[in-house]
Design a protein around this ligand. Sequence first.
Ligand SMILES: N[C@@H](CCC(=O)N[C@@H](CS)C(=O)NCC(=O)O)C(=O)O
Length: 201
Amino acid sequence: MAFTLRSAPASPFARKARIGAHVVGLIDDIALEGGPSGDEDVIYQQNPLGKIPVLVTEDGTAIYDSPVILEYLDAITTPGSLIPTEIGARFDALRLQSLGDGILDAAILIIYEGRYRPDQDPYEPWLDFQRGKIERTLDVLAAAPPPLVPITVGTITLACALGYLDFRKQVDWRARTPALIPWLDAFAAACPGYDETSPDG
Ligand SMILES: N[C@@H](CCC(=O)N[C@@H](CS)C(=O)NCC(=O)O)C(=O)O
């Protein structure tokens, strides 16, 4: 295998990288390995943040985080296959990726509030603050769902964000923004690797 991807089935950021690899045709060159297991895990040398995903190349170079991995996959295959080269389309895709990543950052913080303070009641104002970011962003995207073609870092990230909300249920996006349901269905049907990388297995 040319690459190793440190990842986990439930990680939406790792899912972005796995879908990107499907889209550019490199998925069969990537061995999947799990996330950190203990303080001595080599991942802390690969990425001092200790976060997944990390893509490790054959010569040991570590590529992170998920936007950088997608940019790398685009650069080493056919540039433009994940990040359009035309300036307007490029920054539409990158901005959409930022919104999707922002939904994911907020969604993960909601989960970590319970996971890393298990002995305390969840602090509701903090959860509301994070849910507000997700809801405002979804409202904006539902008002004008992004183009489905071409598949880009932006649409991959939005689809992973919606899939993660389905999985962990931080916000009921299907009830709040039903305009995004046919968008996700069409994306899932068109995008190589979306269904195969579902966190539900
Ligand atoms: N900005 C990073 C976020 C990665 C991230 O937060 N990954 C989570 C798993 S989904 C993680 O590794 N969390 C463990 C930690 O925060 O230490 C990316 O886009 O890759």
